[in-house]
Write a protein that binds this ligand. Structure first.
Ligand SMILES: NC(=O)c1ccc[n+]([C@@H]2O[C@H](COP(=O)([O-])OP(=O)(O)OC[C@H]3O[C@@H](n4cnc5c(N)ncnc54)[C@H](OP(=O)(O)O)[C@@H]3O)[C@@H](O)[C@H]2O)c1
Length: 242
């Protein structure tokens, strides 16, 4: 490892917005990206074209719902790199349209990935981030969770009803505020971003933005300079109300 290299970890990086965030980060000079993927084979397949471009990307096994997977990855990062500079909590699911699960099951499974998984990965990586001179955490949220936006009758997405998904991302937003406060004395910047409505498997490719467009805001906050904000919620267009 080069000492000046930035080590970044992106969860859910084998496809969709996570893959675009990983690729976009790796295109920044001096950034080495670890692609956290539940299925390592899919991570290797996603990494191959990026590696062929000469980008510094390494697929790593990561299931954020699995304590053993998360702690094994923390041990690997400690051993190989000695620290982590940027963590992008991108892995996420939405089950509101699931055809067979009850609403209780949708809520429980969604919380397990989006909230507990984000918490588990953040807790495991915080000691490694604390060894960085510029620790950054980006939580990929959604404006669908914003109480402020939802209260506006003219909001563009007021007809979209995703109650369990929205509740889970509201909890992610709350964790963002808590971690920004808890970690501020160690120089961390912890922010939540909304990538916008994006064409990925999660939206049946109906989103209006490309994964590359969606990735821009997360990449910016993963590489945020020391003057940048902490504890805010933003989209590419604007700061969002919680
Ligand atoms: N698409 C949008 O319009 C939109 C808008 C706002 C926010 N977001 C958020 O953006 C993030 C990425 O969404 P996307 O649209 O790119 O979704 P996607 O294409 O469905 O990709 C989700 C990624 O998360 C991974 N994942 C799921 N459960 C995981 C777990 N337990 N551990 C580790 N990885 C896990 C998936 O891995 P597998 O391939 O193994 O399933 C996949 O790599 C999510 O947090 C989503 O809520 C999306």
């Amino acid at each position: 490892m080069e000492t000046s290299e930035i080590i970044a970890l992106v969860s859910g990086a084998n496809r969709g917005i996570g893959l675009a965030i990983a690729a976009g980060l790796a295109r920044h000079k001096g950034v080495h990206v670890l692609l956290g993927c539940r299925q390592l084979d899919r991570g290797k397949a996603a990494s191959a074209p990026l590696q062929a471009e000469g980008l510094r990307v390494t697929p790593v096994q990561l299931d954020t719902t699995d304590e053993a997977s998360v702690s094994a990855l923390a041990a690997l990062i400690e051993q190989e790199y000695g620290r982590l500079d940027s963590l992008v909590n991108n892995a996420g699911i939405g089950l509101d349209y699931h055809p067979t699960l009850s609403v209780i099951e949708r809520m429980q499974q969604t919380l397990d990935v989006n909230v507990v998984g984000t918490l588990r990965l953040t807790e495991a990586m915080a000691p490694l981030l604390a060894k960085s001179t510029r620790p950054r955490i980006v939580n990929v949220s959604s404006e669908l969770s914003s109480f402020g936006m939802r209260a506006d009758p003219n909001w563009a997405y007021s007809e979209i009803k995703l109650p369990t998904y929205a509740a889970s991302k509201a909890a992610v937003n709350s964790l963002t505020v808590s971690y920004a406060d808890q970690l501020k004395d160690k120089g961390f910047k912890v922010n939540a971003v909304c990538p916008g409505y994006t064409a990925t498997e999660a939206t049946n490719f109906s989103g209006t933005r490309t994964p590359e467009q969606a990735a821009v805001i997360a990449i910016h906050f993963a590489l945020l300079d020391d003057e940048g904000p902490s504890g805010i919620f933003v989209s590419e267009a604007q700061q969002l109300p919680w």
